[in-house]
Design a protein around this ligand. Structure first.
Ligand code: BG6
Length: 457
């Protein structure tokens, strides 16, 4: 039997914009998602926009009971910046009441809330002045972070600043999946740098606030495996690590942007504008823990366009198959649990063995209602196998000494996912969009309860 420590965190993750609903109600102002949907609803899967999502705003008491029911002892979600501070300065009292009640309810049920500050939901008032392209975003974010620590610091003892910062940079400025959907590497790097500084200033606010607890950041480290041993492919793997993983992980843990990354950006005329004093701030504001989201690895090859410093979408998504490649047939993503062991060892050997947890892992399934049984329950055995295989590798990494303190699945209740709307389902509970967001536990939820009760399987 595989056994995890007694105090291991078992749970799931989601975010405010993907679950709360009431997106333009109760004092909340618009985000880029609300505005983009208003402008181009056809971009969103089946015209499913950010308005209702899974209605957690009203249904959280039921949700918290359901968390308990499947053995979760922790849950990560985010605060909506545009709900808490609709114009960036004025506190929305309804938001404070909602979040305090929600967090207190989790605590009353023995569920530790882990609270993240930014999950791709840029307030529109800030986008109108350039979003992360504008250096002012850094101080605006620090003010938001300070407000959140003041309002909820007595209830929350684990905070994170950003979820997957690489994603809003890449999707907004290289791939066209997030607003403003432009393709501009130079801007992407500047946006990345401001995101890093916003993170750093939020950590500084946290230390000043004297809130009792820990602060970290959630990163989708992209384990990169070279497609061959050719020197060009190996170099591309190194560049991919620098841009996708070390760009945030090194400053967060070591307080320093890697020299090799600076050199790579310089060689490609991509250095961002920085301010004097930034280096010191980065150095002084490192984190207490790291959250790692892991879904699939990246198989890297040398850039086909020599002017690209590392893999761009055309290389990243270039077909690459081998006989025993394992694919999630319902989402198309590679399944490679061994990467979780590699991540564990990387954290142990290259990042001071800092405490970390799996903040997201999961299996998306399109059209999942086809797996419903006669009682209306989704029999997702494929998800149970997926979790087991990943936990086995994680456990192996922990036995080798890696300091992992928890495992969270994406997600608890099926949630809305940006342009994909409700296409890919990930939850332990399904949600019925045609029936008042009715939640029904899936087989994986019942299995999770059993597994967490004995801390293993
Ligand atoms: C994660 C993000 O990387 O992937 C989530 O943090 C997102 O916000 C999830 O919903 C699933 O993505 P998709 O595209 O399969 O719906």
């Amino acid at each position: 039997m595989i056994k995890f420590p007694d105090d291991f965190l078992w749970g799931a993750a989601a975010s405010a914009p993907q679950t709360e609903g009431h997106s333009l109600l109760n004092g909340k102002s618009a985000t880029t998602w609300d505005k983009w949907f208003e402008m181009n609803p056809e971009k969103f899967n089946q015209d499913q926009g950010p308005k209702d999502t899974s209605n957690t705003y009203e249904m959280y008491p039921e949700d918290v009971k359901n968390m308990k029911r499947i053995g979760m002892n922790s849950y990560r979600t985010s605060i909506s910046w545009a709900r808490l501070l609709p114009d960036g300065k004025t506190l929305n009292p309804e938001a404070v009441t909602f979040y305090r009640n929600y967090f207190q309810d989790m605590l009353d049920h023995g569920i530790e809330p882990i609270i993240n500050l930014f999950h791709f939901d840029m307030p529109w008032w800030l986008m109108e002045k350039g979003g992360w392209e504008n250096r002012e975003s850094v101080t605006d974010f620090a003010y938001y972070a300070k407000t959140a620590f003041e309002q909820f610091g007595d209830l929350i003892h684990k905070w994170t600043t950003f979820n997957e910062p690489i994603v809003h940079i890449e999707c907004g400025y290289l791939l066209g999946f997030h607003y403003p959907a432009i393709v501009d590497m130079k801007k992407a790097i500047q946006v990345g740098y401001h995101t890093l500084m916003a993170h750093v200033l939020a950590v500084q606010e946290f230390r000043k606030s004297q809130v009792k607890g820990k602060i970290g950041i959630i990163l989708n480290v992209l384990p990169a495996y070279s497609r061959s041993d050719n020197p060009e492919d190996l170099q591309a793997k190194k560049n991919s690590d620098l841009l996708n993983t070390r760009s945030f992980l090194d400053p967060a843990v070591w307080g320093k942007v890697p020299d090799d990354l600076v050199a790579l950006l310089k060689d490609n005329q991509l250095l961002p504008v920085v301010e004097s004093g930034d280096k010191k701030l980065i150095h002084e504001n490192t984190v207490d823990f790291i959250g790692i989201n892991y879904y699939q690895p990246t198989r890297v090859q040398a850039p086909t366009n020599p002017s690209h410093p590392a893999q761009m979408p055309d290389d990243l998504y270039a077909p690459y198959d081998w006989p025993d490649k394992k694919i999630n047939p319902y989402r198309g993503w590679e399944i490679y649990p061994q990467a979780l062991y590699d991540i564990a060892i990387m954290m142990r050997d290259q990042y001071k063995n800092i405490p970390w947890y799996v903040s997201e892992n999961g299996m998306g399934v399109a059209d999942e209602s086809r797996f419903k049984n006669n009682q209306g329950m989704i029999e997702d055995d494929y998800r149970i196998d997926f979790i087991k295989e990943h936990l086995e590798q994680l456990h192996k990494g922990m036995e080798a000494g890696s300091n992992c303190f928890g495992y969270h699945m994406w997600t608890f209740v099926d949630c809305w996912s940006w342009l994909n709307g409700y296409r890919n389902r990930y939850g332990f509970y399904s949600v019925d969009l045609d029936n008042d967001f009715k939640r029904t536990v899936k087989k994986s939820g019942l299995w999770f309860k059993q597994m967490t009760a004995q801390n293993g399987f």
